[in-house]
Ligand binder design. Sequence first.
Ligand code: 1CP
Length: 354
Amino acid sequence: GPDDPSQNAQAPALRDSPFLRACRREPVPHTPVWFMRQAGRSLPEYLRLREGVPMLESCTRPDMIVEITLQPVRRYAVDAAIFFSDIMVPLKAIGVDLDIKPGVGPVIADPIRDEAGLGAVRPLEPDDVSYVTEAVRGLAGELGATPLIGFAGGPFTLASYLVEGGPSKNHDRTKAMMYGAPRLWDALMGRLADLTIAFLKVQVAAGASAVQVFDSWVGAVSPQDYRESVLPHTSRIFAEVAGLGVPRIHFGVGTGELLGLMGEAGADVVGVDWRVPLDEAVRRVEPGKALQGNLDPSILFAPWETVERRARDVLARGRTAEGHVFNLGHGVLPSTDPDVLARLADLVHEASTE
Ligand code: 1CP
């Protein structure tokens, strides 16, 4: 039934889609491609739909979620859809007082700085996000053989927003807690890992066929601190999600020195930003992993000849990996020309079959 997370229920065309095959490190007819933040950025049809609707409200309306998730799939020959939501949605759903302010990002009314603040992060029940279940079910039906990627925030990144109270450059209060109050830090990270596990389970139960953990800002910590203060929590997330039988992707920005440890944390696919060439990433990540990435999103503002040359270079280096999912090294930048993304998706398909 629709709540059965076992992949036995998956249609053969979906199970054998190039994206899911590449995640499993199986041979593919062409290199699969999707773009982080492909939904809800620059598309005019998105901006029209969102007019007058606050970000977090749009994430609670199944009709909007379905439409926004499908928009890039209609425009681009992408091999996967990513669920339209935000990493802050599960926090909002459990009652954390937060808003997503246009041009700023997530803002928390009462940042967590002590033991008493921990109580705000209670366990997530599926009923708290029934709109997510409804939207994923609708999408799984509409998408057919195109996989839907569910996602959640990684614990360091969620902790950073909660402790800082909003976007942060240096994550200094977050690190102050990590260094100065390790028991409080572990308790907070444990609760956030539980939240991420619960949110990913809801999405897979409703029909998502892969999951990505966006620990976007974890590149702020050293390998030693990652191993001591983050890895135990991300390992638990990937171990808990393993039983669902869908590929697990792990991504962060500026994580060149952490790639090996991020692989150790247990995902099937390690996301690589644009700073580390993929053939070098292959050397840093343990065997038995696929890689995802990693064209610099800024290259899309260069002349097409440059975009093509750099995309071909990413594909060539990606061939040294056991499996490669083509992506940007971070999200689509808001002023990116959708036509360039469309051309890029086609190029990845053509060039990888040459
Ligand atoms: O393809 C998609 O865009 C899917 C939907 C999606 C995803 C995957 C959104 C919608 N947000 C996210 C993940 C997300 N949210 C991440 C991880 C990915 C990444 O690193 O880009 C992070 C760090 C956030 C937090 C967040 N939400 C920010 C960043 C702020 C900062 O610290 O610099 C911002 C600006 C948001 C708002 C947001 N989320 C999504 C949209 C479309 C928007 C803009 C909404 C608006 O202002 O109207």
